[in-house]
Design a protein around this ligand. Sequence first.
Ligand code: ZN
Length: 272
Amino acid sequence: MSGIWPDDIRCVALITFDVDGITSWLNRNPDFINYPSLLSMAEYGPSVATPRILDMLDAQGIPGSFYIPGYVAETHPDLVREIAGRGHEVAHHGYIHEPPATMSPEKEEEVLIKGIGILGDLTGVAPVGYRSPSWELSPVSLDLLAKHNFHYDSSLMGDDAPYLVQGGDPPRDLVELPIHWLLDDAPHFAYAPSANRLGPMRNPDEVFESWAAEFRGIYRYGRCYNLTMHPQYIGRPGRLLMLERLIEYIKTFPGVRFMRAVDVADMWENGA
Ligand SMILES: [Zn+2]
């Protein structure tokens, strides 16, 4: 073992998807229920893009982690079962994409329990991974995650490798799998004028260069590459080819292990 990982692992790569569908838009503004064009763009994520992403991951032979709001799971039960059935991770992402920071502690726990029930019923196992909608935890989120038997959170930016955070009473450790806006597709691709999202709509080749540059740094320092994407953005055909090219590029580096987030968390908890 050299560096922070066991065996011959030089760095780990997490390929993750937040399958928000229409929930992130409806949470932003309930009036968007009257915007069928906007919602159709969002619905493309679970309906068209995610099956295509699953085929791409199969072709590449790598696992992914999928963070799914309860509402999306309820309206796409076969998709959730398919994701789990192909060996990927199904994890918690709110019910209708509620950022914890916007809820009372009581409401936050209610949403947490609701999502656990929906995903657990569909996959047969309660989720142990959590990523907060919009990446905004509340002051009590870690306590609630500990109370409800989660192993890890993926919503903080305090490092570029896993680290331990504490929650619950008495406090116990949870693994944090940190994220960063740089490694998110939304700042590069989110464009929806009616919702005042006027992102740069970047060329996929430019985004490839940004994500590949960050990978080279993560690899050099032996850390954790945690890429967050949304099927409604990254699943557009030209962008998906870019993601596939990025995965093939990462594979050319010896000692990289593609893993599900839950497996990285468990490895870390067991003293990586
Ligand atoms: Zn989301």
